[in-house]
Design a protein around this ligand. Structure first.
Ligand SMILES: Cc1ncc(COP(=O)(O)O)c(C=O)c1O
Length: 479
């Protein structure tokens, strides 16, 4: 098969893109068998690990099915993506469109459909009563919200609530004039790119990192500089000597490893930003959910140079479909971000903002948070107990007691065996997800990212028992 690698980024990502293009332009059709990894590695003069990682990424994105032992096949794409429609694609796409095509994916989070135990990261509904409460808030807000488009920076009532919440929960003191309400963290990232970055400007991302943030920055034309993380978060000593324009971090709960950025490193990072005159984007996606102590103060709370752009989201604490998040902006950036928001979508929806402002003012949000935190903690404990009981020494659990997911590294596994384990679990009704797609360069050993939001305590225990059985069977097969 003729595959041309484009020379950008790690080899496995280049290969995944080349194969994706082959699927999308019809050279590889539904059901077609992909070449065995060893054969393709030989043909392209790549290592087999590289080919395995590319196949794993395509599998996570839903492009292929099957596993290494029995072959990988092009999947029947559930929804006809635009690229496969009868309309030919425009032949002179913008540079942005071309880059976006290359990063495009039907979702790293593509679910294995119909599984009994789904450990996919990304569920955000923990409190079933919330739907009813939210419905009432929306109905109420619809009665009194003026029909005109809301303020570009967000409803004043909501911005005030956000400021109170940030001061009380995240240690951030900021004026409502510095708050911008946006359509999710994702819009915060695209606005940041528009305001701060020209094509080719360097951006530091943690390795590993949040996939969608990486995609948005690559599509914008940013030059990504991946800096490794360890158990204390971003390794600041490895920040580039040549000044980047922006450093993106998840200091309260590194995504996905779960590390907390240590205080010395927080201070180092702030000094680095001062020295290099660059900006920091703090993605505080689930900082509310800590189970060992009080929530950690945000990096922004230590920022005396006003260089941190803080982003908080309601996607995790309420639900993802709300598409509401907020930015706490440095004074120097306020006007440019307001302009960019206006040019992007004028303003966020008024009724949802009014409902949320009332929900926060009324104390409902705090009640929901308390309940959700308690419930998540119990689920986390059930998952970890299950891992200890059924997987034992065969996995290493990492990360801090926070958030909605746990990362485990598989001991004695290589990537191809890990892939076989994921496939075996899937056949038995258990959805496991690899860590590899969250890396630019595949990690030395394979790991799993286990989301525990979507399953009850009982289901989590059963899921871990099943996981243990899969590990047993993998061991038996090897013996
Ligand atoms: C690291 C990280 N940041 C942010 C988000 C939330 O993104 P959004 O606010 O666009 O829903 C997520 C959700 O999965 C995430 O994992």
């Amino acid at each position: 098969m003729f595959l041309e690698l484009d020379g950008h980024g790690p080899h496995y990502a280049q290969l995944a893109r080349a194969l994706k293009s082959a699927v999308l332009d019809g050279r590889l059709t539904t059901g077609a068998r992909l070449p065995p990894t060893r054969e393709l590695a030989h043909e392209l003069e790549l290592s087999r690990t590289t080919v395995l990682a590319a196949y794993e990424q395509l599998r996570a994105e839903g492009f292929i099915e099957g596993h290494t032992g029995s072959g990988s096949y092009v999947a029947a794409l559930q929804t006809q993506p635009p690229l496969l429609s009868a309309q030919p694609m425009i032949d002179m796409p913008s540079r942005y469109a071309q880059r976006a095509r290359l990063t495009r994916t039907p979702g790293i989070a593509t679910k294995h459909r119909g599984l009994r135990y789904e450990l996919q990261y990304g569920h955000s509904q923990i409190n079933p009563a919330l739907n009813g409460i939210w419905g009432r808030e929306l109905a109420r807000a619809a009665m009194y919200t003026p029909p005109q488009i809301a303020d570009v920076q967000g409803l004043p009532a909501l911005r005030k609530q956000i400021c109170d919440y940030l001061a009380c929960r995240r240690g951030v003191r900021i004026s409502p004039e510095q708050i911008l309400v946006v359509a999710g963290t994702q819009q915060a990232v695209t606005l940041t790119a528009r305001v701060l970055l020209d094509e080719g400007d360097a951006v530091v991302l943690e390795e590993p990192h949040y996939f969608s943030m990486h995609q948005a920055l690559v599509a914008h034309g940013s030059r990504i500089c991946a800096v490794r993380t360890d158990r204390d978060g971003l390794i600041c000593a490895e920040l580039p000597q040549v000044s980047p324009h922006l450093v993106c971090v998840t200091p309260s709960h590194q995504f996905p490893t779960g590390a907390v950025l240590s205080l010395p490193r927080r201070l180092k990072l702030l000094r680095y930003a001062e020295k290099h005159q660059c900006w920091i984007l703090e993605d505080d996606y689930d900082g509310e959910f800590r189970y060992d102590a009080h929530p950690l103060a945000a990096l922004r709370s230590l920022d005396q140079g006003d260089r941190v752009i803080y982003v908080g989201t309601f996607s995790k604490v309420l639900f993802g479909t709300l598409r509401l998040a907020y930015m706490a902006l440095p004074v120097a950036l306020v006007e440019d971000f307001f302009n960019a928001k206006y040019l992007s979508d004028i303003a966020s929806p008024g009724i949802e903002q009014a409902a949320l402002a009332h929900f926060m003012e009324d104390g409902g949000f705090e009640r929901h948070l308390r309940l959700a935190r308690k419930e998540l903690q119990v689920r986390r404990e059930a998952l970890i107990e299950g891992l200890h009981q059924y997987a034992g020494e065969r996995v290493e659990i990492v990360g801090s007691p926070a958030g909605m997911h746990v990362v485990v590294w598989l001991r004695g596994y290589d990537h191809s065996r890990a892939e076989a384990l994921i496939e075996l679990a899937r056949e038995r009704g258990l959805g496991l997800y690899s860590m590899t797609p969250h890396y630019l360069n595949p990690p030395a050993r394979p790991g799993l990212l286990l989301g525990y939001c979507g399953l009850s305590v009982t289901a989590l225990r059963e899921a871990m028992q099943l996981f243990g059985q899969c590990l047993d069977d993998m061991d038996a097969e090897r013996a």
